[in-house]
Design a protein around this ligand. Structure first.
Ligand SMILES: Nc1ncnc2c1ncn2[C@@H]1O[C@H](COP(=O)(O)OP(=O)(O)OP(=O)(O)O)[C@@H](O)[C@H]1O
Length: 392
């Protein structure tokens, strides 16, 4: 090989090396570029997310800044999407409402919100009565019979005489010339069957069962408890025969303390309304009133005076036989081993209420399922009782 050839080859090698370095640099740059692109992409996404969030927050701020809407009641409905309304200030106006509002809801008496500037209707609000009624439980002829109640033989006899009979045969009382008791007070520990008894009476008299929990409506309708009581009595008359069941009556009927104020005064007003409804009530009519409490000792005397809740019926914890009956009622539809001895289960469950016994039956069933058995055995009941005792 000549010298010039040698030089040329050397040059080629150098160029090849340089080319290699450039290629590596190129790859490195492309990598860097891609990284930058990805970063930018990510930045764009997060920018867009931030923009969305800003928009959302701006919307919220706008809604906070919105002038409050005016509350009014529709007094008349006219053509062309117009209604007469009355606001709380007392003036009557004719205003318009948008076509998007369901015309069926635009009726006299409906409550609406209005735009402050144009006074146009913004929306039809749910009616107060509807909202109130949602706070009570109404059941047409409940599906509970006396057979579903265990261990309350005395209470059943008494409630049949005092609530069922006056609704079914008012003439008996008329003939003899006596007024049946107006209101019945069931008292006893929680979960002993007070609600069940009231439901069974409603079933026997084909009545509508209306349940209200006094403590709930005191909290929910602060300032309106009295109006609510009046409405419930009206509703009961409308739906009669009916049974009004007032649970936890102690929430509005505790002994009066002197110098009551604020919330207490409101509770007082609710109680006074209830007393006046009771006083104006026809005891031979077809509405029965049953109240329940776990604390008869703290009740106001005004409530248990003759002509009001003047008949008290004790609903005690079940005794041994009562517990056996209740266990049989709640296991009736369960698949249980024929060797199960209710007598010994009853002995082990002294102090249990009907509700506790029902819970024990359900728990026993759960133990059987957990152990992949098709039948509930004695051990399941023992485990269930242990569990309930630990919870009580
Ligand atoms: N004597 C009973 N016989 C059969 N089941 C009962 C009995 N007592 C309670 N139970 C069961 O417990 C559940 C709750 O009972 P219920 O609501 O009648 O008790 P309550 O005395 O009204 O309680 P509270 O004082 O807490 O309102 C019932 O639905 C029923 O399954």
């Amino acid at each position: 090989m000549g010298e010039s050839e040698e030089v040329l080859l050397e040059k080629i090698r150098t160029l090849e090396d340089e080319n290699k370095i450039l290629k590596e640099e190129n790859t490195e740059s492309t990598k860097k570029l891609r990284n930058l692109e990805t970063k930018e992409l990510k930045q764009n996404v997060s920018n867009r997310q931030l923009e969305g969030k800003i928009k959302e927050l701006k919307g919220e701020i706008k809604s906070f800044k919105k002038t409050p809407l005016i509350l009014a009641t529709i007094t008349e409905v006219f053509d062309d999407n117009r209604v007469g309304i009355r606001g709380h200030v007392g003036h009557d106006f004719v205003v318009t409402y948008p076509g998007s509002i369901d015309k069926d809801k635009v009726i006299a008496g409906a409550r609406v919100s209005l735009n402050q500037d144009s006074l146009a209707v913004v929306e039809v609000l749910p009616s107060k009565k509807e909202a109130d009624i949602m706070a009570m439980e109404i059941e047409e002829k409940p599906d509970i019979n006396y057979n579903d109640i265990g261990g309350l033989e005395n209470a059943i006899v008494e409630i049949k005489e005092t609530v069922e009979l006056p609704i079914k045969k008012p003439e008996l009382f008329e003939e003899i010339g006596i007024d049946p008791p107006k209101g019945i007070l069931l008292y006893g520990p929680p979960g002993t069957g007070k609600t069940l008894l009231a439901k069974a009476v409603a079933n026997q008299t084909n009545a509508t069962f209306i349940k209200l929990v006094a403590s709930e409506f005191v909290n929910k309708f602060l300032g309106e408890g009295a109006r609510y009581v009046r409405q419930v009595f009206e509703l009961a008359k409308e739906k009669s025969p009916a049974i009004i069941f007032i649970d936890e009556i102690d929430a509005i009927g505790t002994k009066r303390t002197h110098g009551t104020q604020g919330a207490d005064r409101e509770v007082q007003r609710t109680l006074m309304q209830l007393l006046s409804e009771l006083d104006g009530f026809e005891s031979r009519g077809n509405v029965g009133i049953i109240a329940a409490t776990n604390r008869p000792d703290i009740l106001d005397d005004a409530l248990i005076r003759p002509g009001r809740f003047d008949r008290t019926i004790e609903v005690p914890l079940p005794n041994k036989n009562g517990r056996i009956n209740i266990l049989k009622i709640h296991t009736e539809k369960m698949k249980i081993d024929e060797n199960i001895d209710f007598e010994s289960i009853s002995e082990l469950t002294e102090g249990f209420s009907g509700a506790d016994l029902k819970a024990a039956c359900t728990e026993a069933g759960m133990f059987a399922i957990r152990n992949e058995r098709k039948k509930v055995i004695s051990k399941d009941f023992m485990d269930a009782i242990d569990k309930i005792i630990n919870q009580i």
